[in-house]
Write a protein that binds this ligand. Sequence first.
Ligand code: ATP
Ligand code: MG
Length: 677
Amino acid sequence: ANRTGIDFRAELNDDQYAAVTSRPGPSLVIAGAGSGKTRTLTYRVAYLLDNHMDPRSILLLTFTNKASKEMLERVKELVPFDLSNLWGGTFHSIGNRILRKHADLIGLGRNFSILDRDDQKSLMKAAIQKAGIDTKAVRFPKTDPLIDLFSYSTNTMQDPREVLQWRYSFDASLHEDILKVGMAYEQLKRESNAADFDDLLYLCYRMFKKNPDVLARYQERFRFILVDEYQDTNLLQAALIDQLAGKHKSLMVVGDDAQSIYSWRGANFENIIKFTERYPKAKTYKIETNYRSVPEVLQAANACISNNRKQFAKVLQPARKSQEAKPVLAPVLDLRTQSQFVAQRVQELNEEEGVPFEEIAILYRAHFHSMEIQMEFTRRGIPFRVTSGLRFFEQAHIKDVAAFMRLAVNPRDAVSFKRLVLMLPGIGERSADKLWREWAAQLPALDGEKLESFGNALKALKPPKKAASAWQQFADTVDELAPGGEPATPTQMIFSVVEGCYDEYARNAFTNYDQRRQDLQQLQAFAEGMTDVEELLTQLALMGGVDVSNDRPAENEDHDVVTLSTVHQAKGLEWDVVFAVGLADGKFPNERALDADDPDTEEEERRLFYVTLTRAKTQLYLTYPQLWSTPHQGSMPVLPSRFIQELDPDLFDTWQIGSSAPNMWYDDEDDDDDYPF
Ligand code: ATP
Ligand code: MG
């Protein structure tokens, strides 16, 4: 008998039940896709609460904020307790939360700004300058590969020297300069009182390392640590978990080595293998039943992953009954025909078979593969949501407005300062740099000052003459952010910025001004009810970040819409019907991700394909165009993905689609349906 009346025995299979009810201590759940790993974690949380554990003592780490929200909602349905003290979220959000309390211990202000990719680029540019590299004289790497290099080194906890040596093919004569730029970048971040995404983890790790007493408090608090998608943690994340679990060692991690798809970002699925080395007392649980997919889908997925040499042998048995239908293979002529087929089929599923839109997903390897489909859906009025691509908060106008607030909170934020002054007419790169130096010289005097003096300090700077009146207006706007010296609420701040000077600027700067104006209103609605501007900024930064889906803030998430998503963003999710589109060789696998000398790269792409197939519950459609058109090269003939070619055609039904070219790869057409438009 338990407090909540959940019948754990009935709702879990034996292996899941054993894991859910295990005694505190390290445990590893390793199992294939759709076997209920996430469900096991959810029930584990419910079980702990059911057994009078304090919500405060639980830390739940997931890959996206959305995943953690969904899990906690599920827990709430199971056990009606107040969960506000339970910490759940991504590694980045937890790292941020801890740093906001203790950043000063490692010389960072608690009001630090979070840099996104865009900000990182401008800072990296400045770092190249600062390091005195003459990019005209030498062919120096661009900002993107530099950011990736240092990020990889942080996430794998390796010396950048080592990473340079082994992973990047930059000219060896440039190595010293590259390292110099890295140091300059670190210094600029520090001067700006800013942290990039990697810092949210790395600085947290270092802070704990240097302050064992602080670490001890967190270790004491988090008696139960649970981690989903452990196969995609990198060394730094694993190290952070190990720190936090250092005392009680009551750590449950779940994962599937066959779904590890982030090694390009430093993830290492050996973390799973090494788990039992690091925690010799760990209990290992395996789940061998798949609850998600019909047998036909599972069969195709199992066949796919069996082509990888590097994997633990895992046999997944289907729990669901056959629907007497195989996954569908649909060769189509080109991207346009593909989008027509997909849209048509989606409409039929919805209208004739009663499948809700929200039970349908279109998955692809790269965001731009979805453009045609987006257009076709729009044309036909099929509601959809795109969970990738340019995120709401990464758009220029949203970042512009956020820059005002960032500067108000953290006057040392060089990236925001420059972003803002460069908006003003009559100010170019050189005057912006000069103004920043003048501003930086005033900063020590401003430390600890109230916001109201910022506007005055701005007015004391000397912008170029032609910018004088715009400058005045700019300084007035900054003044408005703190009327009477007290910071306004986030909604008021947005209002002041837009009315103060941004509206005028945006009207001239953007052709689609109306759309952007609406976005800003949406931003205001999002901020509604928040009292603290730092809260808003943190949310903006983390929601716009690397591993978070981009739902527009004010949009109702429960809308009945089709999901369009990259496979990376679809991890851990499931839909009744899945369309995997654009399955041409070179696109999926992506030729740019492949390295002929390194078979692991192909295996990682195959794992990604495995993740794609295993998102489907009942129906799975695989489409591959025979022509692929790009803006630069026109239409090029392409072959079906090698991941399709290597599978037994009997696993699928092949459909002939309208105007498509004759099927070149399967001569057995006996049971093929005709699919006319
Ligand atoms: P992935 O590897 O894709 O993250 P997973 O192992 O986390 O998958 P879940 O998402 O937890 O799997 O579960 C897949 C589906 O199977 C869910 O709909 C879940 O509710 C259902 N399921 C899991 N276990 C059971 C069970 N014992 N009884 C009934 N349904 C189950
Ligand atoms: Mg899962």
